[in-house]
Structure formats: structure tokens, C-alpha cells
Design a protein around this ligand. Structure first.
Ligand code: RNT
Ligand code: ZN
Length: 422
């Protein structure tokens, strides 16, 4: 109880301190409440899926490392783990699933055979938990992706197989969107790339373009499904060239009225992903952001508050684009408690967003327009030690999730009573 009293007192002090620099903390909290994260189901089982119950391993340039005990082996385990994680994350969020997470009831259903019915369980679960779903085609971890190519493969039958898969996934996405009365975001990432010097990259890219044209020629209402395409720089096994590179997808997305998906790990390590937003937001109505943390490469580490994350969130808020940039988490760590990994990343993303919402933006913009660069820099520097955490604690309190470090022991309790018993 004294904890709660202290939080209220600290919040009052923080509210006044922010008011003095022209920031309304109540407004920031209200806005934060309305911003959903799309939380990735694949952190819970190391991108395994349920095609072959419990034995799936990610393939296609993604390295999931670690073997921490207690991973979810069934769809019920995965859902109850997600429920646990969600109970520790303030706000109302979305759940992002991949095609390999369908409920196939032990049947061999290949990727070109999946149907909306395989996802009915997810739809029902989401509904009863007040969640919305997003969807992803899965073009990896399958023998027909063994060459490293899918939609761009030189073999027409391979391309056709994957075209059929993505078409079915979009149909499933639109079915989900209709069922939940809210557009489902369908994201497409493909592993296609080549390990070493390739003479005819042009052909591969032309083949990818042709496959995409076939896929997106099917038109759905944007109230049901919104499509995004995810570009990449390189992967393990695609060091020489990635077919769906940034230069490939940016014009493709613009010309075909799709969203671009920017994964924070998919660029050169010194490139600023934040800097791209103000450029792309002039041309795209909406953008998808895969919130991730690369260490030296696209390593998909658990998201933490670092400069990259803060810069991205600041840019979204400074561009007044909180309703135009869809935030989706994308990381996977199998070496630590998986539920803990979900919660660290989600809470950190929200906290970085809150920090950005607590900037005195009009003051900063006015300094800038009047060439008052000393004041701009000084204020930005002072902001770093403003009491944003008191606002965060208050937010957690009002959203009825554990405050401060209390969520850590919640995870340990669940670990001892549930995941370690698997
Ligand atoms: C891979 C992409 C992709 C995947 C998920 C599982 O580099 O980031 O988004 O991580 O679809
Ligand atoms: Zn991604």
C-alpha cells in the first residue's frame, strides 16, 4: 500500500515538473493507452509453430539460440504463456501469429493447403481475451524453401507453391479481419537471397516481382486486411544478396498501395531507422515497424530501451504518426525465460514510447524554427533526467499491471508452477 501512496506522490511531483515545461502528462498517458503493440506469438516457442507438434525449428536465415527449459509445446501452452505475459503489459494489444501456428490437429497440411478454419481457435481465443490478431505468411522452415529461394525461385513449381501459400494467407487475414471487425495486418517476409556471387540477380528480382503481382492482384477491402512487405539487408546464407531488398520493396510497395515494414534489425548497423520515418511518411499513409534489437547483425535480441528504440519512438511522435506507424514486436531469445523476454521487450517499447510522448515538442520545434539551437540542445539534454518513470509507474497502476519490479517475481512464480513442470 505504501508503494501505491509513494507512486501517487511521485506522480504528482512529476506532473508538475512536466507541466512547468509545457507537457501534459495526463494527455501522454491517454494517448499511450490507445497505441497497441502487435505482440509476436513466436517468442513463446522459438519460431517453432505447430505443423509438427513441438519439434519445429526455425530455418531460413533466422538463428534462434538457447535452450532455456519450459518452452510452449502446444497451442494451449503458448496461449496461456501469452496470457501471462499480457497480464504484465499495460494496455490493450494485438497478437501477431504466423501461418505455421495453425491448428492442424495432427494432420499433414502443407503450406499450400491451409484454410481459415485452421485459425478459428486463435480467433475465438483472441475474442475472449479482448485481443485483435495480425497475420504472417510463413515462407521458411519448409523443404520447399531449402534452396534459399521461394517466390523468386527459378523453378516455376516452387514459385507457384509459395504464391498459393501467400494467397491463402491473405484470405485467412481477410477472414480474421472480418471476424474481429478490425483490419488484420498481413505481413510478408521471405528469406530469398543468395550466398555468393550471382550473375542473374535481375532475373530473381523479376521473378519475385511477378510472383507478388500475382499475389496482390487479389483485392480485399482495407477494412479486412492491410498488407505490408518487409525488406531486408542480408541474412545467414544470403550474404551476397537479398532478393527482397529495400530498393526492391520501397517502390513496389508504393506502386501497389502496400505498406512497407521496417525491421529495426534489417539495416546496416550504423544506419538510422528513425531517420527513415519522416521520409517514408510523406509517401506512405501507414507503415509497419518491426521493433527488434540487432547486436552487430540482425540477431533479434530482446528489445530494451536504447538509443535506437528511443530515436524511433521520438520520431514517430514528432511526426505525429502514432496512428500511422503500426508497432509489431519481432525478436526471439530462447536462452532466457521466454515469457520474461516478451514482457521486457513490450514494457520497454511502451516505456520508450511514453518518454517520447513526454517531450515538449512544440517548444522544441519553436526553438528550431527560430534558430535557437542552444536552447533546443539544452532542453533535449535536460529531458533525459526528467521523472518519466513516475509517469510510467502511475500508468502501470491505472492499467492494473504490476508496478516497478513486481512483474519479475510474477514471472518466476509462473515459471516454477507452470513452465518448469513441462
Ligand atoms: C526475419 C524477419 C521476419 C521474422 C518473423 C518471424 O528476418 O524479421 O519478420 O523475424 O516473421
Ligand atoms: Zn521482422
Amino acid at each position: 500500500m505504501s508503494n501505491i501512496k509513494n507512486i501517487n506522490i511521485s506522480y504528482e511531483i512529476a506532473r508538475e515538473a512536466y507541466a512547468e515545461i509545457g507537457v501534459d502528462t495526463e494527455k501522454a498517458i491517454e494517448l499511450l493507452k490507445t497505441i497497441p503493440l502487435s505482440i509476436h506469438c513466436w517468442q513463446g516457442d522459438d519460431v517453432g509453430g505447430f505443423e509438427t507438434q513441438g519439434v519445429g525449428t526455425a530455418d531460413g536465415g533466422m538463428q534462434v539460440t538457447g535452450n532455456y527449459p519450459g518452452k510452449a509445446n502446444t497451442v494451449d501452452e503458448l496461449r496461456s504463456d501469452m496470457e501471462k505475459a499480457l497480464s504484465l503489459i499495460p494496455g490493450t494489444h494485438r497478437v501477431n501469429i504466423h501461418a505455421i501456428y495453425g491448428e492442424f490437429n495432427g494432420k499433414q497440411i502443407d503450406r499450400d493447403e491451409i484454410e481459415p478454419i485452421h485459425f478459428q481457435g486463435w480467433i475465438d481465443w483472441a475474442k475472449s481475451n479482448n485481443l485483435k490478431l495480425d497475420f504472417n505468411s510463413t515462407l521458411f522452415s519448409n523443404p520447399k524453401a531449402a534452396s534459399g529461394l521461394t517466390l523468386s525461385d527459378n523453378d516455376r513449381s516452387i514459385r507457384d507453391f509459395w504464391i498459393e501459400h501467400v494467397k491463402r494467407c491473405r484470405k485467412i487475414g481477410s477472414y480474421i479481419g472480418k471476424s474481429q471487425n478490425d483490419a488484420c495486418i498481413h505481413n510478408l517476409w521471405i528469406p530469398d537471397g543468395v550466398k555468393d556471387i550471382t550473375v542473374n540477380r535481375f532475373k530473381l528480382r523479376a521473378q519475385l516481382k511477378d510472383s507478388l503481382d500475382k499475389i496482390y492482384s487479389v483485392v480485399y477491402a482495407s477494412s479486412e486486411i492491410k498488407d505490408s512487405v518487409e525488406s531486408k539487408l542480408f541474412g545467414i546464407g544470403s550474404e551476397y544478396s537479398v532478393v527482397g531488398s529495400h530498393d526492391f520493396y520501397m517502390p513496389y510497395a508504393i506502386l501497389n498501395n502496400l505498406m512497407i515494414c521496417l525491421d529495426m534489425g534489417h539495416f546496416h548497423p550504423t544506419e538510422s531507422v528513425a531517420d527513415k520515418l519522416s521520409a517514408l511518411l510523406l509517401y506512405f499513409n501507414e507503415i509497419v515497424m518491426h521493433v527488434s534489437r540487432g547486436i552487430r547483425w540482425d540477431s533479434d535480441h530482446v528489445v530494451i530501451i536504447n538509443d535506437e528504440l528511443r530515436n524511433v519512438m521520438e520520431e514517430i511522435v514528432r511526426c505525429d504518426a502514432t496512428n500511422r506507424v503500426h508497432l509489431a514486436l519481432d525478436y526471439f531469445d530462447a536462452s532466457i525465460n521466454r515469457i520474461g523476454a516478451w514482457v521486457i521487450g513490450a514494457r520497454s517499447t511502451l516505456r520508450a514510447l511514453l518518454m517520447a510522448l513526454l517531450e515538449p515538442i512544440s517548444q522544441l520545434k519553436s526553438y528550431e524554427e527560430n534558430n535557437r539551437f542552444f536552447e533546443r540542445l539544452a532542453l533535449l539534454e535536460e529531458l533525459k533526467s526528467m521523472p518519466f518513470n513516475a509517469v510510467w509507474d502511475q500508468y502501470c497502476l491505472t492499467m492494473d499491471v504490476p508496478i516497478r519490479t513486481n512483474w519479475i517475481s510474477e514471472i518466476i512464480k509462473y515459471e516454477n508452477s507452470v513452465t518448469f513442470k513441462r
